[in-house]
Design a protein around this ligand. Structure first.
Ligand code: G3P
Length: 222
């Protein structure tokens, strides 16, 4: 297994914007250094540049459009987020779904700009399709558990196992993350034991009173 990766998606949560984004990025930097676990953050576009400039953490865009620079009002290109300091990008998050063709285009654009690619999926079949596009990671997240506080590791370990197997069969070089309801070190430990390379989570950290304490717990059993 590659070095485990934890990505905290700040979504459009009020707690995860502006100063809140800085607090979470600072905690990710500190606990990442302490533990040796890579902890990335995916802030809103409006916070991407300041977070990338001020904190030594891998920063991910939450989405990019698969278009080249040009006349695309309201689009966000791989070049733009790369220039703003992004290390990678989520693609096809459940809250920002794309067609298969658009996923492929976003992935190709990201690759061209040297962005690490994390394609989010909702079941084993879409995980297999995503793996065929050769992203760096697929992140399997059952939509019904997202934001629920109920951990995919405990509520639906089968979907993780099936997704890990699907990736192994289709494109074994692709790494696997899982997410939805992850909030404790035990959730992370189970996810890793099921064959993933880490987790993608949001509310458990972003909405916590003490995000640093949650991050410390998340890495505690790795
Ligand atoms: O991108 C992470 C995600 O959708 C899971 O959200 O709040 O269940 O950790 P949450």
């Amino acid at each position: 297994m590659a070095e485990p990766l934890i990505i905290v998606n700040l979504k459009a949560y009020a707690e995860g914007m502006g100063e809140g984004a800085g607090i979470i990025a600072a905690a990710a930097e500190e606990i990442g250094e302490e533990s040796g676990v890579a902890i990335g953050v995916a802030p809103a576009y409006t916070d991407l540049h300041p977070i990338a400039m001020h904190y030594a953490v891998p920063v991910y865009a939450q989405h990019i459009d698969g278009v080249a620079p040009g006349a695309y009002t309201g689009h966000v290109t791989a070049e733009q987020v790369r220039a703003a300091g992004a290390f990678g990008t989520l693609i096809n998050h459940s809250e920002r779904r794309l067609t298969l063709a658009a996923i492929e285009a976003s992935c190709a654009a990201a690759r061209k700009s040297d962005l690490q690619t994390v394609i989010c999926t909702n079941n084993a079949a879409t995980t297999a399709a995503a793996a065929a596009l050769s992203p760096d990671y697929v992140a399997i997240e059952p939509p019904e558990l997202i934001g629920s506080g109920i951990s995919v590791s405990k509520a639906d370990p089968g979907i993780i196992e099936r997704s890990v197997l699907a990736v192994k069969n289709v494109n074994p070089g692709v790494r696997v993350l899982t997410g939805a309801g992850i909030s404790t070190g035990e959730c992370v430990r189970i996810a890793l034991e099921l064959g993933t390379d880490g987790v993608l989570l949001a509310s458990g950290v972003v909405k916590a009173k003490d995000p640093a304490a949650v991050l410390r717990d998340l890495v505690s059993l790795i």
